[in-house]
Design a protein around this ligand. Structure first.
Ligand SMILES: *Cc1c(COP(=O)(O)O)cnc(C)c1O
Length: 398
């Protein structure tokens, strides 16, 4: 039976916990989305979204999950039979590819083992060999939430530049926006897609697309059919703070509050907090003697850590034990990783002590499930968060 006292620990890498401030901001009467009060809200959240994407170009908000933003990116910019280059970083890259194929796009998929980030050199090589510039877009997942590997978008931009290739650069920032450094204009990304329920600390239901002028130009000649997802009508209405159809007004109240929270903390501080919590999580995993799925130290995600289960132990059985005993949800293994990994989300509205509770739940769960491991993950995480807790210092004082 699930515990009903205290707070449920929602430590999956999206949806992330929604702060009470955001919940309260949404508990409001619905307003007329054609009235003057709405225009102020619309303008404020659209401007706020530009600052989290770090762009002066348009951001579009849809009432949809992140998958809807993927579809918007594809149908607005591409034509049937277009070639695109994608990288198999994991489950989400694979799903994005499947969607593109359904739209009649010819996808060149750089194979991956789901344990590494996208390799800029491999992208550059493909582009250099495309002398006729048939590739219309390079589409990569920034933070691959299924594996916990984060790809170097600035370096991928540089790879396109070095190859002198005009392909559009499209990036899935669904689990990185608001959690990891992302710079839309500086990195000259053409389309970035995101959603509400990860780093933006909101319930599911909103998705975002940041669009460059080049992508807007491409949308005028793209021949894929689109209606609801079309950028033109949306941008016309957005110019006055409105939407062409009924927006998710109360989620936008929440968005305004979440953007204010990110602004108050400061994006750099937010990113540093995520990096610190990720470092402590990895210290715990190493102390347990378990394996981190992402094999490249430089590309381990600040958002989540995927942990490989020892052979013969089922990750979902372990997750169920943690849920039953400690009322905590951990992320499941997606796609071909089902049963083989569990994922610890350390994103959004969490702090050091939330993380310590989370890691304590994992360590107790490993013991309760009979998963071979060493104890001491908690101490290792405390030392990572606060060097004064070091057992060495403690011993020398004794
Ligand atoms: C969560 C996620 C998605 C899917 O988003 P939905 O909101 O479930 O549609 C896509 N890509 C990445 C990287 C994600 O983390």
């Amino acid at each position: 039976m699930a515990k009903s006292t205290g707070r449920h620990f929602l430590q999956v890498p999206g949806p992330s916990p929604v702060p009470e401030r955001v919940l309260r901001a949404m508990a409001m009467p619905v307003i007329d989305h054609r009235g003057p009060e709405f225009a102020r809200l619309g303008e404020e959240v659209l401007r706020g979204c530009q600052s989290v994407f770090r762009t002066a170009q348009p951001v579009i908000i849809y009432p949809a999950s992140g998958t809807g933003a993927w579809e918007a990116a594809i149908v607005n910019t591409l034509s049937p039979g277009d070639r695109v280059l994608m990288v198999e970083t994991g489950h989400f890259a694979t799903l994005w590819r499947q969607m593109a194929v359904k739209w009649g796009i010819d996808v060149d998929f750089i194979a991956g083992d789901w344990r590494h980030a996208a390799d800029p050199a491999a992208i550059e090589d493909k582009l250099r060999r495309d002398a006729g510039h048939a590739i219309r877009a390079v589409m990569v997942v920034h933070n691959e939430t299924s594996t916990g590997a984060i790809s170097p978008i600035a370096e991928i931009r540089a790879a396109l530049d070095r190859a002198g290739h005009p392909a559009l650069l499209m990036v899935d920032t669904i689990s990185s926006l608001g959690s990891a450094d992302y710079r839309h204009d500086e990195w000259r990304v053409d389309v970035a897609v995101s959603c509400s329920q990860k780093g933006l600390m909101l319930p599911p239901g909103l998705s975002f697309v940041a669009v460059s002028q080049r992508a807007l130009t491409a949308s005028r000649s793209g021949r894929l059919p689109r209606s609801y997802w079309g950028w033109d009508d949306m941008l016309k209405a957005n110019a006055g703070g409105y939407f062409p159809y009924t927006p998710s007004t109360n989620l936008l109240f929440g968005l305004r509050e979440a953007l204010a929270m990110l602004d108050e903390e400061g994006l750099e501080t937010v990113f540093a907090r995520h990096a610190r919590l990720a470092t402590a999580t990895r210290a715990a995993v190493r102390a347990w003697g378990l394996e981190i799925l992402c094999q490249e130290a430089d590309h381990r995600s600040p958002v989540l850590t995927a942990v490989v289960m020892p052979d013969g132990h089922d990750a979902d059985r372990f997750r169920k034990i943690v849920l039953d005993l400690f009322d905590m949800s951990l992320g499941t293994g997606l796609g071909k990783l089902a049963g083989k990994v569990f994922r610890i989300g350390h994103l959004g509205a969490i702090n050091e002590l939330t993380l310590m509770g989370t890691l304590a739940g994992v360590e107790m769960g490993l013991a309760a499930a009979g998963v071979p491991h060493r104890s001491g993950g908690i101490v290792a995480a405390m030392e990572a968060l606060c060097p004064e807790t070091s057992s060495r210092l403690h011993a020398s004082a004794a």
